[in-house]
Design a protein around this ligand. Structure first.
Ligand SMILES: Cc1cc2nc3c(=O)[nH]c(=O)nc-3n(C[C@H](O)[C@H](O)[C@H](O)COP(=O)(O)OP(=O)(O)OC[C@H]3O[C@@H](n4cnc5c(N)ncnc54)[C@H](O)[C@@H]3O)c2cc1C
Length: 364
C-alpha cells in the first residue's frame, strides 16, 4: 500500500498552506483534491491587509484596495465606517489560489481528481480511501488533514460539527459603478435571512454583487438583490458556495485534524475565512511537525498542540461573532437601522476598537 507521512484532503488555501509548512520541513506530504483540475474558489476575495504578514503572494492578485464600509438596513444607509488607510484588498482568487498551489507543489505532491470517500484507522495509522472514476487508491498516513471545505467529508466521518450553521452564498460580477474604496453591506431579513447582501468594487468598472443566507436560496435572492439595481442576471453568471458558521465542538481525532472551512475557522459576522484559515494552518503544520518528530498522533496530542492553541486565538472571537450574528438576526430591519445609528453616534470609539478580523494587534 502507498504510504505517506501526511495526506491533506483539499487543495484550497487552508490545505495548501498547512501542507507547505509540513512539506518544507522535509516530510512526505500528499495533497489530494476532488476537483478534476485547478478551479479557483468561489469567493469575494475581500481579505484584510493582515494577509501580508501571513503568506507571500503575487501583487497582481490585488484588484482593489478598500478603506471602509457602508452599512444599509432594509435599503437605507445607516452607517459609514471609513479609515484613511487601506483596510482590505479585493483579491483575485484565481491568481492567489494558482500561486498557492504552485508554491505547495514545490514541497508536496498535489494531485487533482481524487475524492476521499473514507478514512479507516488501523494500528495507529489512518488509511485514506480515494476514488477517481472507477479507480480506488488506498494511502496509509500518519496524519490525515481534513481541509475539504464547508461540507467536509472528513468532518462528517469524525461525527463532529453537527451544530454548525451552513449558509449558502452566491455572487456575480456586473458592469456597474460605485465608490471604488468602500464596500456596501445590506442587512435585510427578507432578502438575506441570517446573513447579508453585499456590493464590492473590483477593477475596471466591475462590481461584485453577492448574498449569503440560511436555507439554501442564495441564487434566487441574489437575483432579487440585483433587480433592485436594475440588473438582470443570467444564471450562468452566478457562482455559488457555502459558508460554515460557529465554533466547532472538536477539530481533532486520532491521526486526524480539520482545518479551514472544514473546521469552521470563519468570522461569523462577515463570513471571511481566509485569515483565520491561514492562522490555523500555521498552528496545524507546527503541531503535525511536532507529532512526526515525537511519533504521537493521538487525539490528546492534537487537542493539546492544535485545537487548544487555535481555539485560544480565535475561539472566543468566533463565539462573540455568533452572538452578534444572532442579535442581528433577531432584529427587524428598522431595529438594525437603529442599532447602526447608535454605532454611528459613537463612530470614533468604534473605529478605535473595531478590526475586520476581530483580532487586535497582539494575535499574530
Ligand atoms: C461566496 C463566498 C464568498 C466568500 N468571500 C470571502 C471573502 O471575501 N473573504 C474571505 O476571507 N473569505 C471569504 N469566503 C470564505 C473563504 O473563501 C474560505 O473560508 C477560504 O477560502 C477557506 O477555504 P478552505 O481551503 O478551507 O476550503 P475550500 O477553498 O473550499 O477548499 C476545499 C477543497 O476541498 C476539496 N474537497 C472537498 N471534498 C473533498 C473530498 N471528499 N475529497 C477530496 N477533496 C475534496 C474541494 O474540491 C476544495 O478544493 C467566501 C466564501 C464564499 C462561499
Amino acid at each position: 500500500m502507498e504510504e505517506r507521512d501526511v495526506v491533506v484532503v483539499g487543495a484550497g488555501i487552508a490545505g495548501c498552506s498547512l501542507a507547505s509548512g509540513v512539506g518544507e520541513a522535509g516530510h512526505d506530504v500528499l495533497v489530494v483534491d476532488a476537483k478534476p483540475h485547478f478551479i479557483p474558489k468561489v469567493c469575494s476575495g475581500l481579505i484584510s491587509v493582515r494577509i501580508d504578514s501571513l503568506i507571500s503572494y503575487p501583487k497582481k492578485a490585488i484588484m482593489n484596495r478598500i478603506k471602509g464600509a457602508k452599512f444599509f438596513a432594509g435599503g437605507e444607509v445607516s452607517l459609514e465606517l471609513k479609515r484613511s488607510s487601506t483596510q482590505a484588498y479585493v483579491m483575485d482568487r484565481a491568481v492567489l489560489d494558482a500561486y498557492v498551489i504552485e508554491e505547495t507543489s514545490r514541497s508536496c505532491d498535489v494531485e487533482f481528481g481524487w475524492r476521499l470517500v473514507n478514512v479507516e484507522r488501523k494500528n495507529g495509522f489512518a488509511v485514506c480511501i480515494l476514488r477517481k472514476g472507477d479507480s480506488i487508491r488506498k494511502v496509509k498516513a500518519k496524519v490525515v488533514v481534513g481541509a475539504d471545505g464547508a461540507l467536509s467529508r472528513v468532518r462528517r466521518l469524525l461525527g463532529v460539527g453537527k451544530k454548525l450553521k451552513i449558509l449558502s452564498a452566491a455572487l456575480a460580477y456586473v458592469k456597474d459603478e460605485m465608490a471604488s474604496d468602500i464596500v456596501e453591506i445590506y442587512y435585510d431579513g427578507e432578502l438575506a435571512p441570517g446573513f447579508f447582501a453585499w456590493r464590492i468594487p473590483r477593477n475596471d468598472g466591475i462590481v461584485e454583487y453577492g448574498l449569503g443566507c440560511e436555507k439554501g436560496k442564495a441564487v434566487k435572492m441574489l437575483e432579487k438583490f440585483c433587480a433592485r439595481f436594475e440588473h438582470k442576471l443570467d444564471r450562468n453568471e452566478i457562482k455559488a458556495g457555502f459558508i460554515p458558521l460557529g465554533l466547532i465542538d472538536r477539530s481533532v481525532d486520532d491521526n486526524v485534524i480539520l482545518v479551514g472551512d472544514a473546521a469552521s475557522q470563519v468570522k461569523p459576522f462577515s463570513g471571511g475565512g481566509v485569515i483565520y484559515s491561514l492562522i490555523c494552518a500555521k498552528i496545524g503544520s507546527e503541531a503535525i511537525i511536532r507529532a512526526l518528530q515525537s511519533g504521537d498522533y493521538s487525539k490528546e496530542f492534537f487537542s493539546r498542540n492544535y485545537e487548544n492553541v487555535w481555539k485560544k486565538k480565535i475561539g472566543t472571537k468566533i463565539q462573540v461573532g455568533m452572538m452578534i450574528r444572532k442579535l442581528f438576526d433577531s432584529l427587524s430591519n428598522d431595529e438594525v437601522g437603529e442599532l447602526l445609528k447608535m454605532i454611528d453616534e459613537n463612530k470614533e470609539l468604534f473605529l478605535k476598537v473595531a478590526d475586520m478580523d476581530f483580532l487586535g494587534d497582539d494575535t499574530l
